[in-house]
Design a protein around this ligand. Structure first.
Ligand code: DAH
Length: 341
């Protein structure tokens, strides 16, 4: 027998012994983990493993046979390492406890439920309360022309409210009559009156835009409630009753409403509307009797019809109701804030 043949026979014996030892390492917990570890030390141990011993025999193989001997040595080493890895994997798998049977009676993982934004809740609540008072909810466009945002509301071209610095005019080609993001929901009064005959009771809630710097009480986009009632014999007393009924329903309790003389181009007389809250008067918006010039602009006969209008800030009344000090919180989209409502 040549030195090479003897060397190869040793390798073969090692391989079959390793296969016998590792394949028989039945995966039944700690005992077999120990058996696999013992096999690793016996066959592949770095200091006194059998493979190491065979490696030493390589010195006795003639130089011409060394490449073939080396190749077989490496093959055997890889084969035994693979057997070991497979046995270790079986032991690890056996050590992992089987998944417990599914208990369908356990409570499920709760899915967090969302809800409406506090401003949307406010808008719906206002619509609901005003609906009970007979006011139909209508919408108008947020991109408006000068007629509906200003002209028909008796706000002439030279009026400071039309200043380019106080409005978001849109840079689209409309000649001398550019469009703008509406600065007030009073636009909807005009649109409704243009299309319908009195009597009318409408509310319109939606976004308005003004280039204000955001602070605790201002935001470049906010919401208004617009109310309009056109009926024979309407007086300021009706206006105040409606606002008081609204305030009491919305804020809860018997909320007092105070009128202070004011001026709006589209109402005559005009008032600021304050509501009492925690012993303090808080300004909620404006109101008044619809100006005859506005009635005429929409084709009504001011000698025959009259009515009142009001405009309130949605963020303001929501902030009152929920005790929010900074209206920017409504727009930060912070779920920790929003989930409170
Ligand atoms: N449009 C006014 C504003 O934005 C609010 C307002 C005042 C609306 C008086 C009205 C009203 O309908 O009668 O400041």
């Amino acid at each position: 027998m040549t030195a090479l043949d003897a060397f190869l026979a040793e390798l073969e014996r090692l391989r079959s012994d390793a296969a016998a030892a590792l394949d028989s390492a039945v995966p039944t917990g700690v005992a077999s983990a120990d058996a696999v570890e013992a096999a690793r030390v016996e066959f592949l141990g770095a200091r006194s493993g059998r493979l190491k011993a065979i490696q030493k025999l390589l010195g006795g193989v003639p130089a011409a046979d060394k490449p073939a001997a080396g190749r077989h040595f490496n093959e055997t080493k890889a084969a035994v390492a693979a057997l070991l890895a497979a046995a270790q994997a079986r032991v690890a798998a056996a050590a992992t406890p089987a998944a417990p049977p599914l208990d369908v009676t356990l409570p499920g993982t709760p899915v967090p439920r969302g809800h409406l934004h506090p401003l949307t809740q406010t808008i719906r609540r206002v619509q609901e309360i005003m609906g009970r008072l007979g006011f139909e909810s209508v919408d108008g466009p947020e991109v408006e022309d000068q007629w509906h945002n200003f002209e028909a509301l008796a706000i002439p071209a030279e009026h400071p409210a039309r200043d380019p610095l106080d409005n978001f005019y849109l840079a689209v080609a409309r000649g001398s009559d550019p469009l703008l993001l509406r600065s007030q929901t009073s636009t909807v009064q005009i649109r409704v009156m243009e299309g319908r005959k009195p009597p009318l009771r409408i509310v319109s809630l939606g976004r308005v835009y003004r280039p204000d710097t955001a602070d605790a009480t201002h935001y470049p986009m906010f919401h208004q409630v617009e109310g309009l009632l056109i009926e024979p014999g309407t007086t300021m007393a009706h206006l105040k009753s409606v606002l008081r009924l609204f305030a009491s329903s919305f804020l809860g309790g018997d909320v007092h409403v105070r009128f202070r003389p004011s001026f709006f181009p589209f109402t005559e007389p005009s008032v600021e509307v304050d509501m009492e809250w925690g012993g303090r008067w808080v300004e909620m918006g404006g109101a008044g009797m619809v100006d005859p010039a506005v009635l005429a602009a929409v084709g009504y006969d001011p000698a025959e019809v009259s009515g009142f209008a009001f405009g309130l800030g949605v963020e303001r009344i929501a902030a009152r109701r929920y005790g929010v000090a900074d209206i920017r919180d409504f727009f930060r989209n912070d779920v920790r804030f929003l989930s409170q409502f």
